[in-house]
Ligand binder design. Structure first.
Ligand SMILES: [Fe+2]
Length: 248
């Protein structure tokens, strides 16, 4: 029995592809088939696969049904967190989606699921990505203060949802936890964030995230050990569509 994770499938069986640039990078060529093949080779029915957001380009549930059906047909138990492009997943829809897809898919946001003796907690998260860049001396250039203030609000909201998830797991008596976010826990300007501090506060063992896809983005945030927690980027293209083994 093992726990696997991957993110950013960006399926579009029913909807228009909104990032045509994807088509030019060979890593995205037939990625649905390659990922399915890798899953069938790797994941057994007793295993769990967490998909950390950006599942579908669909603009609503109707337009995402075939994408969610594809995920339902993957082997093992499937748990999904919400990505910034998952328009089918309204913020108050988590319980409803868990009802609609009962027995097929589980939706993780502010709640938690159990894998062996470990609580799988999570939310979408948020990191401010610009507009700004770092110059050669790592000085911030072109920072938009208004956008930054708005980003702070989004971070606070997501931090609240994450705390709900962590608290629910703690109240249920869970001692071990793994945290799943869609967004990286920090942006390229940060060494730590409310998400990394919360992971430390609750004694989380691993933080698993995606969203950073394309070679230029792979090193936007923390990877490997940091303050006693192991951070993993699991964007599909980073993993070349091979689900990452998170825990045995
Ligand atoms: Fe994303």
């Amino acid at each position: 029995m093992a726990l696997y994770a991957i993110g950013d499938l960006h399926l579009h069986y029913q909807s228009e592809l909104k990032a045509p640039g994807q088509l030019h990078d060979p890593v995205w060529k037939n990625h649905e088939e390659r990922f399915l093949r890798n899953c069938l080779r790797t994941i057994g029915e007793e295993d769990t696969l967490v998909l950390v957001g950006d599942h579908s380009w669909g603009r609503n549930l109707k337009e995402s049904e075939m994408d969610l059906d594809y995920i339902s047909c993957l082997p093992g138990r499937k748990i999904l967190t919400r990505g910034n492009h998952d328009m089918f997943w309204g913020i108050r829809k988590t319980a409803e989606l868990n009802e609609i897809y009962r027995g097929k898919l589980s939706f993780l946001q502010g709640n938690f699921f159990i894998y062996k003796d470990v609580a799988l907690v999570g939310t979408k998260g948020f990191t401010f990505e610009g507009p700004f860049y770092l110059d050669r001396n790592r000085r911030i250039v072109g920072l938009d203060e208004k956008a930054l203030a708005h980003a702070h609000k989004l971070v606070e909201r997501e931090a609240g949802r994450l705390r709900e998830s962590l608290e629910a797991a703690r109240e249920a008596g869970c001692r071990r936890m793994i945290m799943f976010l869609h967004y990286p826990p920090t942006n390229i300007l940060e060494e730590e964030s409310v998400f990394t501090r919360m992971a430390e506060e609750y004694g989380v063992e691993q933080v698993v995230y995606a969203h950073s896809h394309g070679k230029d983005r792979f090193h936007d945030s923390i990877q490997g050990p940091f303050h006693g927690i192991y951070y993993r980027l699991v964007s599909g293209d980073f993993l070349n569509w091979q689900p990452a083994r998170i825990l045995d």
